[in-house]
Design a protein around this ligand. Structure first.
Ligand SMILES: Nc1nc2c(ncn2[C@@H]2O[C@H](COP(=O)(O)OP(=O)(O)OP(=O)(O)O)[C@@H](O)[C@H]2O)c(=O)[nH]1
Length: 382
């Protein structure tokens, strides 16, 4: 089925997956709790996945909790790992069961509007690990998926920390290639208006940088030019997970990001899936061809008593040599024959008949050789 057919087919309503990603302490879990409460109040409860194995307690009930499958402390003990290694290994172990997780999600997908995913505070464990990528890609291939990158606003007021945070967000955007929402959290403490100013008005960020006279300032100056393009692709909202301020704006941004997923990301994801599927078919065909060839070669071996019409230069075909010759010898002989290879010889090599390539001196035997090969082919068919 072509991608256009897939997209034009009537599709049933699908929930949007919101991946909450952010530095430790940025407020992911508190925001999840707020979103959960808000959605419950609107009578559209979400489906919740907790992927943080090290969290001690959750202020909401997760439908699927990694801690029910993997005991993080036990993993650390058994594999002799530190905290980060323990989280990573737990996530890896959980990922091996992610197809089962997806089946559970699938059962409820028709009755929910949102799937909320809480990720480990050690951000790189999720964003830069193979298991994090598998989970993200699997979800994104199944449901509209958006990344909510949570930022601790009060801790981002200096140009240097702001820039570092933006660069990190930029790297996640390029890694996941998913619609992206920058969520400035804790606006009850500090308003995120300074950040919006810096992102929309290049001059105002330059002014903030001028107060810093170090070499870092000129580095950030040039980087801010690069990030200007990045900002234009982002949705920015300010929220307070504690007071609930800005949560409606957040859901508006999620709606817009879901549309963006449908129009821009989904066709690309479908194209990649199809590319992989056709690659897989090609590999299967090649495997099948190889199996047929080795069957042919085996049949030839079985009927090696049959007189093989080769000249004296190819007497190495005889029984004992057939058994004794190793690959290296054939390679050496191939090298010796280099430059003299005819089209027929190439075809024979492709057919797996390189064990006895007729040399140029045997060309007069080509007809006989082909007749013999046909006979062997026929016997293998039977
Ligand atoms: N004032 C204020 N504090 C907040 C807000 N959101 C979270 N916090 C506080 O920030 C701290 C960290 O919040 P968490 O939700 O645990 O952050 P997290 O990102 O899940 O942390 P990790 O699990 O370590 O990654 C807690 O003390 C929260 O009470 C907010 O909107 N306003």
């Amino acid at each position: 089925m072509s991608s256009s057919e897939t997209s034009s087919a009537p599709t049933e309503k699908q929930p949007t997956t919101i991946l909450c990603i952010g530095m430790a302490g940025s407020g992911k879990t508190t925001l999840m709790q707020r979103l959960n409460a808000d959605l419950h109040a609107k009578k559209t409860p979400p489906y919740i996945l907790n992927l943080d194995p090290a969290v001690s307690s959750l202020p909401f009930t997760a439908n699927i909790d990694i801690r029910d499958t993997v005991n993080y402390k036990e993993v650390m003990k058994q594999y002799n790992l530190g905290p980060n290694g323990g989280i990573l290994t737990s996530l890896n172990l959980f990922t091996t069961k992610f197809d089962q997780v997806l089946k559970f999600v699938d059962k409820r997908a028709g009755s929910v509007d949102h799937i909320l995913v809480d990720t480990p505070g050690q951000i790189e464990i999720f964003t830069w690990s193979a298991s994090g990528a598998i989970i993200t890609d699997t979800l994104a291939a199944t449901y509209p998926t958006v990344v909510a990158y949570i930022i601790d606003t009060p801790r981002t007021t200096s140009p240097a920390t702001f820039m570092s945070n933006m660069l990190y967000a930029c790297s996640i955007l390029y890694k996941t290639k998913l619609p992206f929402i920058l969520v400035f959290n804790k606006t009850d403490v500090v308003s995120h208006s300074f950040a919006v100013d810096w992102m929309t008005d290049f001059e105002s960020f330059q002014q903030a940088l001028q107060q810093d006279a170090t070499y870092m300032s000129s580095l950030m100056n040039s980087m801010s030019l690069v990030l200007d393009e990045f900002y234009s692709h982002l949705k920015v909202v300010g929220v307070s997970a504690v007071t609930g301020e800005g949560i409606d704006d957040f859901f508006e941004a999620v709606k817009a990001a879901t549309k963006e997923y449908e129009t821009e990301y989904k066709p690309e994801i479908e194209r990649l899936i199809q590319e992989k599927a056709s690659q897989h078919i090609q590999e299967k065909e090649e495997q099948h061809r190889q199996q047929q060839l080795s069957k042919l070669m085996n049949d030839m071996k079985v009927s090696k008593g049959t007189e093989v019409p080769l000249d004296s230069g190819s007497k190495r075909m005889e029984d004992e040599q057939w058994e004794e010759e190793d690959e290296e010898e054939y390679e050496n002989e191939d090298e010796d024959d280099e430059g003299e290879e005819t089209d027929d010889e190439q075809e024979n090599t492709l057919l797996g008949a390189s064990r006895f390539p007729p040399s140029s001196s045997q060309q007069q035997n080509d007809a006989k050789f082909k007749a013999w090969l046909n006979q062997a082919n026929e016997s293998s068919m039977n």
